[in-house]
Design a protein. Sequence first.
Length: 485
Amino acid sequence: MKYLPTIAIVLFLFCFGTCDALAKPVAPAAFCKVYPDSKTCEGGPPPCTLCHSIAPARNTFGTQLSEHLAPGKPRPVTDEAFLAALPAALKAIEQADADGDGVNNLAEIMAGALPGDANSVPIEATCSAAEKVAAAKERWNVCGFDTVYVYRKVHMDFCGVSPSRAEMAAFAKISHDRKRWEPELASALDQCLASRYWLGKDGVVWNLANPKIKPIDSVKAGANAGPVPLADYEYDYNLFVWANSGDRDVRDLLLAQYFVKRVSDDPPKLQVMTEEELAALKMPNGQNVIKEKRVGMLTTRWFLTANTMFTAIPRTAAAQAFRAYLGYDIAHMEGLHPVEGQPAEFDRKGVTAQTCAFCHSTLDPMTYPFTRYNGIYMTNFAPTRLDNFVKVDGADIVKTPEKGVILGHEVKDLLELANVAAQSEDFARKVTRDYWKLLIGREPQPQDQREYGAMWRGLMDPKVYNYRVGAMLHGLVLTEAYGRP
């Protein structure tokens, strides 16, 4: 199985061509070579919206760029011709204002804004020297990082309560001395990170998992079971909270081969379950994927029940995994890495139709590793599972491979797929962005890209945060994005 090793192929596709341009995986890297100091590149690969609005339509910036890219040469251009022509094409339109917002393309690119979107403009969060002096005398310093403001905000965000007046007064006395206030702030944060408000059932981290788990009470098993109990999603929540707390590796969201139980909720205490404990549970209250085939949150009974159900090729499962843990929504044509020769009509669902094939050339190869895991069955991993679908989906269904492709990497099974995903920059960005949105209250904006980029890169760095969410949060509360009122 060959694949096109793209990073963000839609950037090229919608800037410079149609489906004929699928052999052009070089656009994002080439763009960032032209503008290495741009905030657009600090936060990760340039987004698809740099050049297009609603796929496949190009926005005004993409249209301007295409007009200057190797004019007169037949399309599609070769990789070599594209790389040679791109710098000049970008330079040719730097002083133009593609979206008519009063800011030229170069200024928007360097500031991390989108030059083809009039609603995306550079924001200068700077103050004059005089303003800084004046702001420092106010109750909240709106011209910089305000230590007292952050101390109160940490208590509110992580503990759910304000510090007492006495605590605020004591902290204010040391707020001018970094060697004193930073350890005090770190100590307060550590206490809150262990609180019921943060780690308890229905707490902050628990609720952060809602769009990933998508609970449905009517089919819940276990405690407080619904009328049609099929699976207990509390195992999923427990694993999510576990991997996102303590000195634990958040990659276990996709790599764990264990389950977690909640021993107590006040104070919060979680514990890894023994295999004997799991085996003693009766279905549908337990888990039934054998240990060596478990893949963290992607093979819990709830995930497979909710997303695979009775489907032979469970595209919903792959799409949800891609969205929840890597941050890409296939339905919005995000994160596309088309695989050559795909999709194939193994299940007679019409995925090779012209209107479907482009997205399915990424989705289907990513789905194949899920095909050996059952949905609503007693045994959730079965090598010969597809034999059961011949009558409904046709004889070719058994030809569906277990091997697949994710993010341009070939994988032999779901375990390898999860490992590739967990080690990717996309995973680190998604984890960081979830907390950024939670605690700062917005998606990373152009003015945030430097700090946001440092956060997700630090999460991956063994010498910085080493995939520990708690350590990352200690860094996040020291950013200007968090600490500026």
